[in-house]
Design a protein around this ligand. Structure first.
Ligand SMILES: Cc1cc2nc3c(=O)[nH]c(=O)nc-3n(C[C@H](O)[C@H](O)[C@H](O)COP(=O)(O)OP(=O)(O)OC[C@H]3O[C@@H](n4cnc5c(N)ncnc54)[C@H](O)[C@@H]3O)c2cc1C
Length: 308
């Protein structure tokens, strides 16, 4: 056993760092375990324009650095390592990681989620140069431009409809012969004059120079290839929570999101979840921060209720 803490937090993104700040300020010994980069998704973001308190926006690494320093200032400890398993032994929770084993009286799971990638040439090259994954975050950069949305499921169509408020035209591209979004969403999309839907088209490559300029498409039925000129592409073919290691231990929904109530409590006493990893998250920094604070406050109450 490498260490025993009051609280163990999995993931050093905005949710985990906020939770750590709150539990440390409550004088609970707190360890955050992070498998990649302290700061979570924020570290890879350029300018964040929708996090309150920064009228001119703030760079992702600066915001995450501030959150990290604030948690550290109150005594939060950090350990790099990937959590591979958690074991619940009554009031004792054991966390097994690639760098050792830790135990705590309570756990906050704040491991976030990841966007499924298209995995085509150009996707990585043009990331933040026209390829984007979050309509709310990056849509405003495409005012009056033509944007493709990869994905005709519920999330792709919802995001496409949202984008029509900002851009001049949205082209939804779905590989299957038909969109898979619920009928009501499809009706809304089809009746929106700014939306064109292309089903049965596979995106084979994203092309451009400094910025995205076009997509190479393959018509699945006819085998015909074509080039579609666009200024950007929102990839929304699904988001997956980082919960593989939790299945069988913590209640998850059918897509793998952690089930919590409004206090961020799971069904297991002393196990909480916060941020993008939990069911019905809004996938925003501000909401992840709110979840982290809520989970921590619920946890403080939970530990206070334990006998002696
Ligand atoms: C391209 C893009 C742009 C975005 N832009 C914005 C924006 O402008 N504004 C906005 O509000 N939101 C934006 N978001 C969303 C925002 O980044 C997330 O909502 C937010 O980071 C979620 O915080 P979190 O703490 O829940 O998860 P994350 O930030 O994902 O942090 C989770 C952390 O947990 C770690 N982890 C996962 N599994 C394990 C494990 N087994 N062991 C140890 N560590 C683990 C991960 O490595 C990660 O560091 C954007 C997202 C993307 C993808």
């Amino acid at each position: 056993m490498d260490g025993t803490y009051d609280v163990i937090i999995i993931g050093a993104g905005p949710a985990g760092l906020t939770a750590g700040l709150y539990t440390s300020r409550s004088k609970l010994s707190t360890l955050i375990i992070e498998k990649e980069t302290l700061g979570g998704e924020l570290v890879n973001r350029d300018l964040i324009e929708n996090y309150p308190g920064y009228p001119d926006g703030i760079l992702g690494p600066e915001l995450s650095g501030n959150m990290l320093n604030q948690a550290m200032n109150y005594g939060t400890e950090f350990q790099l390592g990937e959590v591979e398993q958690i074991k619940i032994d009554g009031n004792r929770k054991v966390v097994q990681t690639s760098s050792g084993e830790y135990s705590g009286k309570a756990i906050i799971i704040a491991g976030g989620a990841h966007n499924k990638k298209l995995a085509v040439p150009g996707e990585q090259e043009f990331a933040d140069k026209g390829v984007f994954y979050c309509a709310t975050c990056d849509g405003p950069h495409f005012a009056d431009k033509v944007v493709a949305v990869a994905g005709g499921g519920d999330s792709g169509i919802t995001e496409g409809i949202f984008l029509t408020r900002l851009v001049s035209k949205v082209i939804i591209i779905e590989m299957l012969p038909q969109c898979t979004a619920t009928k009501i969403l499809q009706d809304r999309a089809f009746s929106n004059p700014k939306i064109e839907v292309k089903c049965g088209s596979k995106i084979e490559a994203i092309i451009g120079d400094e910025q995205v300029k076009a997509l190479d498409l393959l018509n699945i039925q006819t085998g015909e290839r074509s080039t579609l000129e666009v200024d950007g592409i929102l990839v929304h073919i699904g988001i997956e929570p980082n919960t593989d290691y939790l299945s069988g231990t913590v209640p998850l929904d059918s897509k793998g999101y952690v089930l919590v109530n409004e206090k961020m409590e799971t069904e297991i006493p002393g196990v909480f979840a916060a941020g993008d990893i939990r069911l019905n998250s809004a996938w925003q920094i501000a909401t992840a921060v709110g979840d982290g604070a809520t989970a921590a406050l619920s946890l403080v109450k939970y530990l206070g209720s334990l006998p002696g």
